[in-house]
Design a protein around this ligand. Structure first.
Ligand code: SD4
Length: 332
């Protein structure tokens, strides 16, 4: 039987782990049930700021907390950080100078909540959770989302920090909307976790593409696009150009591919291949596009894949918290 230490070693070698619950030995004539421990708890999240976010999530997970609480707590870290220009407070505004936030959350029972184009509220993920837990709906947008947030006691604040306002005013000089790959325009935090009880949850939150049209939504608040969780299979979340993720219903696809037996990395890779194919069919330039997925399965195996190099993600399990460079498609 694989003990915990051997398992961790194997896990480290395979960037994830190789676990088959209820696998049967083929050596003995009378099959013996072998239960191999899965890698839990574990949390992963997109980009560098995932490291700090994971620490906060780990506080919850390491005390046997719920994955749902862990992912909400985790993504609140960059949401509340004014120096992070792409999430929550401090996020870059739309082309009209308005900071509009998108977020969604999903738990192990397929409960979902989402807010989109929400202004003035520092922690959209908590409003998304309130939509999930306190309304008969799953998604609120714009003024309706704001009214709901205020009714729940969230505080109305100015989210446009001086730096972001200065950059926006610079941008206004040319007003050219051309998101630069991996730079400033797309750093959503998506976080997925498996708790000690074996339950999965996910959260995704962003200020979206900088200088977008007012009212534009990306993938991040859309369940199935920017985030998906199936407690029998696994979870996935996305970052990058939301239009491309929505086009392929990205995170739902990643989870379905894991259901068909793909590892998390294979599932992310095949999903990126779909983006690549549609981009070619539509005669668009792949070099202008970045999309990245991270995925986690029920056994605590994880992986990622993206279109272009430069995307990284943070993983925290019992061995510690580390940043990993994602594998990518476009090699020059
Ligand atoms: C969007 N996917 O609004 C988001 C942007 C992002 O990292 O930052 N992704 O399209």
């Amino acid at each position: 039987m694989t003990n915990r230490r051997t398992f961790l070693k194997l896990g480290a070698l395979s960037s994830g782990a190789l676990i088959a619950n209820n696998a049967f030995s083929h050596i003995s004539s009378s099959p013996k049930k072998v239960t191999i421990q899965s890698n839990k708890p574990i949390v992963l999240s997109t980009w560098n700021f995932g490291l700090k976010a994971n620490e906060a999530a780990w506080e919850v997970l390491s005390k046997n907390g719920r994955a749902l609480d862990a992912v909400e707590t985790g993504v609140m870290v960059p949401e509340g950080d004014p120096t992070e220009r792409s999430v929550g407070y401090g996020g870059r505004p739309d082309r009209d100078g308005r900071v509009t936030l998108d977020a969604c959350i999903m738990d192990e029972q397929a409960n979902i909540g989402s807010v989109a184009c929400l202004e003035h509220i520092k922690h959209p993920i908590s409003v998304a959770r309130a939509v999930m837990e306190k309304t008969p709906h799953v998604m609120l947008v714009g003024d309706g989302a704001l009214q709901f947030a205020l009714s729940q006691g969230f505080k109305k604040e100015n989210l446009l920090v001086e730096e972001s306002e200065k950059e926006w005013k610079e941008w206004l000089k040319n007003s050219n909307y051309k998101p630069i790959v991996n730079i400033e325009n797309h750093d959503t935090i998506g976080m997925i976790a498996l708790d000690a009880n074996g339950n999965l949850s996910g959260a995704c939150t962003t200020s979206g593409m900088a200088y977008k049209m007012h009212g534009r939504l990306g993938d991040s608040p859309i369940i199935g696009a920017g985030l998906y969780v199936d407690n029998e299979i696994g979870a996935a979340t996305a970052t990058g150009h939301g239009e491309e993720v929505i086009r392929i219903a990205g995170c739902h696809l990643v989870v379905e591919l894991m259901r068909q037996g793909k590892t998390p990395e294979q599932a992310c890779k095949e999903t990126v291949a779909r983006v690549v194919k549609l981009t070619a069919n539509r005669k668009k330039n792949l070099k202008d596009i970045q999309v990245g997925f991270i995925a986690l399965n029920k056994q605590g195996e994880y992986g990622a894949y993206c279109v272009q190099g430069g995307f990284n993600y943070a993983v925290h399990d019992s061995t510690g918290n580390k940043l990993i460079n994602s594998e990518y498609h476009l090699h020059e």
